[in-house]
Design a protein around this ligand. Structure first.
Ligand code: ZN
Length: 285
């Protein structure tokens, strides 16, 4: 069994085939049993995965050639976007933060969502990159236990937490949410990969390149709080809903932590890759 890959093209939910060269429209392939709206499909994740298991039976004329630039954000209207700060030990050191005792949580407002290959409009001189593993909630709830947490997750995708450091650190103490919510600063995708069959979900290789130069490179098992810990912690405070987005923090190597700092410049191409999950490619304008 191969993990389902769930994407969005022209506002409609699609399944990307294993070859990554084509996709199929979920509503049409299911004969109308599943909706075209990606948010409604995520609520019915187990049915989506069952449909993905039957992809081999799809007729050739149902498949559409995939142009990766056509993919939209796979989670177009999340009710909540959570993000964890300082969740890799080496990143905590480069930003001069101590290790947190509990997850340090902020939000990225949904109006900042971007396409997997969308453009980033830089603002000021201190826009930065943060490669992150992102979890998408399928089954919401409160008081989810650590042991149950993976069963509430639909899948994983690649995320970029673009950050305006000037805005983030304009005051003392710093404020995270607005500095990470400028237009297009929340890139997610290229698709959601189902985690139920993804044996590597607890330890994935993640790389961020800026204009070809490797800036961040880690294994995700270097996280301080892992996805089940984060889901359990958040759900003890906030109710989680299907389609909620959880950014899990960035490793070391961000522009602000380098000597000298390396902030984003017009024309830079930010490529964020996670093993088995795909690549985001965002161009700075
Ligand atoms: Zn971040």
């Amino acid at each position: 069994m191969v993990a389902a890959r769930f994407g969005c093209v022209a506002g409609r939910a699609v399944l990307v085939t294993n070859s990554l060269t084509s996709y199929i429209d979920i509503e049409k392939f299911s004969g109308g049993k599943l909706p075209s709206d990606p948010m409604l499909c995520i609520e019915r994740w187990s049915e989506v995965c069952r449909l993905a298991d039957s992809l081999a039976s799809a007729k050739t004329d149902q498949l559409v050639a995939l142009d990766i630039n056509e993919l939209d954000c796979p989670v177009p209207r999340p009710r909540q976007i959570f993000a964890i700060g300082v969740n890799y030990k080496a990143h905590a050191a480069e930003m001069n933060h101590g290790l947190p005792k509990e997850p340090l949580v902020f939000t990225k407002f949904p109006s900042s969502l971007n396409r997997p290959h969308g453009q980033i409009k830089l603002v000021g001189e201190k826009c930065d990159f943060e490669a992150e593993l992102v979890a998408i909630i399928a089954k919401g709830g409160r008081n989810i236990s650590v042991t149950d947490a993976w069963s509430h997750v639909a899948g994983l995708c690649v995320g970029q937490d673009f950050s305006d450091r000037a805005l983030q650190y304009a005051n003392t103490p710093p404020q995270f949410s607005l500095g990470k919510s400028r237009a297009g600063f929340t890139a997610i995708g290229p698709y959601i990969t189902d985690t139920a069959t993804l044996v590597t979900r607890g330890n994935l290789e993640m790389t961020c390149r800026v204009s070809g130069e490797v800036m961040q490179h880690t294994q995700t098992d270097d996280m301080i709080f892992e996805i089940p810990d984060i889901v359990a912690y958040l759900s003890n405070i906030c109710e989680l809903f299907p389609g909620d987005v959880v950014y899990t923090g960035t490793p070391s190597g961000v522009g602000a932590g380098r000597t000298p700092p390396r902030f984003l410049r017009t024309g830079d191409v930010v490529e964020t890759t996670i093993q088995d999950l795909g690549t985001l490619r965002n161009t700075c304008i």
